[in-house]
Design a protein around this ligand. Sequence first.
Ligand code: ZN
Length: 285
Amino acid sequence: MFRLVTVNGRSALEHDGEWYDVAEVANDPSLADPLTAIARHHELHALNARCVAASGGGRIDSAVLGAPVPRPIQSFGIGLNYRDHAGESGMTLPPAPLTFTKFPSCIAGPTADIPLSGEMVDWEVEIVAVIGTEATRVSVDDAWGVVAGLTLGQDVSDRAVQLTGTPPQFCLGKSFPNFGPIGPALVSIDAFEDPDDIGLWCDVEGERMQEARTNQLIFPIPVIVAYLSSICTLYPGDLIFTGTPSGVGMARGRYLAAGEVVVSGAEVIGELRNVCTPGAGPLDI
Ligand code: ZN
């Protein structure tokens, strides 16, 4: 197994509470690039074992981590993928994965601030699948084989931008700067007892807002990967935000305010901690 992180823009392995520069452990400078390291994810298991004999860069707790995939080629989001969240949104269940783009420019690290673009910015904790192997028309049975691992993400959403007008603007409303914090680590599939059953939660100002397990997904991760790959070629490092459970702010009539802290968590993967700050909305035209 491995836990891949990013420190100072370079890929690193988290091992026994320390981080290790992947390029140094492997003695291969090309592995400093996170996308290259992810594309060679099969090698990371052996490199993880070599960390014991390598010199570490420092304690993982005191490192400032970037997004484990800082610049994916593609970043997909799946909407209404938990039955109870579809219900609270007043929407009918989609017949196929309801897919939108979180533009890669919104991807940020696990402790990035979230500049608020308006008065209706909402939280959505999600497990994020990270593609490891280029895939076209992969079968459901083979789909886990093209996934490098899983990380945690917030699909931060400006509901005013998302839902103004018909049809809605999912992509832009979810793509303001830092609206896609991910991390803290990209964790290999074999680290999970069952990668189709992971607990996740979201606290805002210490109040538990969302809590669920991924065994409640309407379209499980292998189905999403197979379906997307039947249309788009998937590339190493591509992100798939797999959908959020119930408990979002829109259903509560409560949105994020500057100074508030959003803590998102998932079993095995760890936590994101993001502070909301004043930001800028879309151009008034
Ligand atoms: Zn979402």
